[in-house]
Write a protein that binds this ligand. Structure first.
Ligand SMILES: Cc1ncc(COP(=O)(O)O)c(C=O)c1O
Length: 452
């Protein structure tokens, strides 16, 4: 490994030149694939190449992404794929949405980042826009880059407001991987290797079980452990598109009020229309005290996240120390310009209605495939365009994902297992593309069923 500064500069320049290219030759593409695999293996994370073998072993050449439009993206070799993963919920608007790119470009050329001292107007605009579209009295927002930061902020806000330390979260919950969010995580795989997490008590209950939440609140009260908040995803995403019973959210809203505990809705994945309503909690008309947003807030163009709450709860963010929570790069002008455009497109094109209609189109077809292939499928779950295909075991799930990828459709398992494969396309996917996906899925299932 050449450690010289000159070779680092040459290497950076080579890639700056590639970034500036509109097109590349086949030989250049093959060189990019080989080098990308090397860079990942030697300098990023070799495990990712093994884990993503359906992609790294796709045909003769691994697939390295290049560009996209709507629900279709192309790799460096020009092969096209229909995206049914949607960046795990980040691409509700699809790849490279022109209105978002246009707004970001305009802001980029003026001033990408704020001074940090003057008033940067777009932060205020985005906070006001979110106040206009979030449920109930939610009025104030703070901006960061990732979903996990939005959860960290929500945890901190709940603790500061209530002066309590405990949290109740769900089994299989996924709220991010920084230390606070990780302590709410409902999966041992990510917690155990890290050891001691957040010092306050965190109790996990089965998702969708309001009785279990009630029991936990009652036990905590009896033993004198103070609970700051109950935090839940409206529909669990990473767990495989798990929809709770209809009375779950209304009941936990009632219970949290009764026990004087805040209710945090993690809308990082379910927000901005994904499940067929603008917000996941809208399915049940519930107004949470704190909401965490991320992923599609940036329109698939910029990383931006937010946590939002009411004026009453927000007092502790403003007084006595208005800088109690800050981050230098979060909520910069580029991020806000992307979010403003993304919200505009989401509202203008009523993307949640598209998600609801397209989900209603896909789900019955998947149910009938599951009936047709009972040896392969365990069940189908989901709402809108957050859909889970559950298989009898991860091997079969992997075969489905790999078979689909070979046929030009990208889907993804949950982070550590292919036992569940999500279908989570951009909400702008066309019906023609959906039909193509379903045909390719059927073809894949036919092939797998012959082999088992
Ligand atoms: C519901 C939910 N919350 C939080 C997160 C964490 O977001 P990020 O990966 O941007 O940190 C995720 C990520 O998948 C998520 O699905």
């Amino acid at each position: 490994m050449d450690k010289s500064l000159q070779s680092a500069m040459d290497f950076a320049q080579k890639w700056i030149d590639i970034i500036h290219k509109d097109t590349i030759t086949e030989d250049e593409a093959k060189a990019i694939i080989e080098e990308s695999k090397y860079n990942f293996a030697e300098h990023f994370n070799r495990g990712w190449l093994d884990y993503r073998k359906s992609i790294t072993e796709a045909g003769d050449w691994a697939s390295v992404e290049w560009t996209g439009n709507g629900a279709v993206f192309r790799d460096v070799l020009g092969r096209e794929y229909i995206d049914c993963l949607g960046g795990y919920g980040m691409l509700n608007l699809g790849w490279c949405h022109p209105d978002v790119i246009d707004n970001v470009k305009a802001q980029l050329c003026r001033s990408p980042m704020p001074s940090q001292e003057l008033i940067d107007q777009l932060r205020g605009v985005l906070a006001r826009l979110l106040a206009m579209i979030t449920p109930g009295d939610i009025k104030y927002s703070f901006f960061a880059a990732s979903g996990t930061e939005a959860i960290e902020g929500s945890i901190k806000l709940a603790k500061m407001y209530t002066h309590k330390n405990g949290f109740i979260a769900a089994l299989k919950a996924f709220h991010g991987k920084t230390m606070g969010s990780l302590s709410l995580m409902g999966k041992a795989d990510y917690r155990t290797p890290v050891g001691m997490l957040y010092g306050g008590p965190v109790y996990h209950v089965p998702f969708g079980d309001a009785d279990a939440v009630e029991q936990q609140l009652e036990v905590a009260k009896k033993v004198g452990i103070e609970i700051a908040a109950v935090i839940m995803e409206p529909i669990q995403g990473e767990a495989g598109a798990i929809v709770p019973p209809d009375d779950f959210w209304p009941r936990i809203r009632e219970l949290t009020r009764h026990y004087d505990v805040l209710l945090i809705a993690d809308e990082v994945q379910t927000g901005f229309g994904r499940t067929g309503k603008l917000w996941g909690v809208d399915h049940w008309g519930v107004v949470p005290d704190i909401m965490a947003l991320a992923k599609s807030l940036g329109g698939g163009v910029m990383p931006v996240s937010a946590f939002c709450s009411t004026e009453d709860i927000w007092q502790c963010m403003m007084f006595p120390n208005p800088f109690i929570h800050t981050t230098t790069t979060g909520g910069g002008a580029l991020a806000c310009s992307a979010a403003i455009a993304a919200i505009n497109v989401t509202l203008r094109d009523k993307l949640w209605e598209q998600a609801a209609a397209k989900g209603d189109y896909i789900l019955p077809k998947l149910h009938s495939l599951a009936q047709q292939y009972p040896d392969i499928y365990h069940s189908i779950t989901g709402k809108g365009l957050l859909i889970g295909q559950h298989f009898h075991n991860p091997d079969v799930g992997y075969k489905v994902a790999a078979g689909l990828f070979r046929r030009g459709v990208l889907v993804a398992g949950t982070l550590t297992s292919a036992k569940t494969i999500r279908i989570e396309p951009p909400l702008v996917i066309t019906y023609e593309q959906i039909d193509t996906v379903l045909n390719r899925l059927e073809d894949t299932l036919r092939e797998i069923s012959k082999s088992i």
